[in-house]
Write a protein that binds this ligand. Structure first.
Ligand code: PBG
Length: 337
């Protein structure tokens, strides 16, 4: 046997390249796959909008009206996504984030609208946090000296979660990083007969520059930072402690966020967590890819595939991504690789 150019082949017992020779061969041996059923689409809905409003720092993402949100949810269900994670943007914000507890508020109405549209074909998930509702942009209410008041905020989160459950949320996602928030929410849900409402806890949520575009998405006026409640990116052990506490308090799913700069944390959590692990590919992470692709500096679709695959490979069971709908459509066309 000779090679095409008639030189005898080198006798190598191992040629890893044989498993890379064709798309079918590569697909057969791929260890990591990412099915639409594991994806959650984050979606924004704003009060008082006549038309959806594009978010300039998040190409392709909009602030929805209730109507366009309903349609996006139907599309998500048809594409086989797991769920939508809803964020509400109220017209009026105040120091206590009162809109968050308004039964007629934008987020509550969005939950009801989406749930009535999709029933149980798509999981309706809701952000339990105050930053979209406060005029100072922090995730909780402040003490007179301007510090985020942990225990007072936890009380509000508990009431918010109950409101969301009754509005129709299958899953509530406490994202404020207050101590004891998961336990308080679980107790409040149970006391109100919402024992089947699932808690996806943002357990290891790091303070991050990559949340930048999200601030535009929710019209946030945050000055300063969230370093007294979100975690320090230097710490893995602390992330594992936060996960253990949330699991002990009753979290059904734990989340690591952001994803890309924290792939090692996802891996560490996945190795020890007794519950499923989610990871959130956040706004700034998608904006980086979109901006570089728009400049012609990287190829967009392969970059998205590589990004989402890395998060799944790190150990995430569930991935929240703004590309969820697009990815599902590629998946059904067979063009994810
Ligand atoms: C808090 C919350 C944030 C995100 C999700 N939930 C903002 C923050 O913590 O600063 C960020 C999501 C993203 O950047 O895509 N309600």
């Amino acid at each position: 046997m000779t090679t095409p150019d008639q030189r005898p082949a080198r006798s190598l017992p191992h040629r890893p390249r044989r498993l890379r020779t064709s798309p079918v061969m590569r697909a057969m041996v791929a260890e990591t796959t990412l099915e639409p059923r594991r994806l959650v689409l984050p979606a924004f809905v704003a009060e008082g909008l006549a038309e959806p409003r594009p978010i300039s720092s998040m190409p392709g993402v909009v602030q929805h009206t209730l109507d366009t949100l309903r349609r996006a949810a139907v599309d998500a269900a048809q594409a086989g996504l797991a769920g939508v994670m809803l964020f509400g943007v109220p017209e009026h914000k105040d120091a206590r984030g009162s809109g968050a507890l308004d039964p007629d508020g934008i987020l509550t109405r969005a939950i009801t609208a989406v749930r009535s549209e999709v029933g149980d074909d798509l999981l309706v998930m809701s952000d339990v946090c105050l930053d979209e509702f406060t005029d100072h942009g922090h995730c909780g209410v402040l003490t007179p000296s301007g510090v985020v008041d942990n225990d007072a905020t936890v009380e509000i989160f508990a009431q918010m979660a109950v409101l969301h459950a009754w509005a129709g949320a299958h899953v509530v996602g406490p994202s404020g990083m207050m101590d004891g928030q998961v336990g308080a929410i679980r107790a409040a849900l149970d006391a109100d007969g919402a024992q089947d409402t699932t808690i996806m806890a943002y357990a290891a949520k790091f303070t991050s520059a990559f949340y930048g575009p999200f601030r535009e998405a929710v019209d946030s006026s945050l000055t300063g930072d969230r370093k007294t409640y979100q975690q320090d990116g230097a710490n893995v052990r602390e992330a594992l402690r936060e996960v253990a506490l949330d699991v002990a308090e009753g979290a059904d799913i734990v989340m690591v966020k952001p994803a890309l700069a924290y792939l090692d944390v996802i891996r560490a959590v996945a190795e020890v967590s007794p519950v499923p692990v989610a990871a959130y590919n956040i706004s700034g992470e998608m904006a980086m890819v979109e901006a570089a692709a728009a400049n012609g500096w990287i190829a967009r679709e392969p970059a998205i595939a590589e990004t989402l695959t890395s998060i799944r490979r790190a150990g995430a069971d569930v991935v929240l991504t703004y590309w969820a709908q697009e990815w599902a459509e590629r998946y059904h066309r067979g063009t994810t690789r």
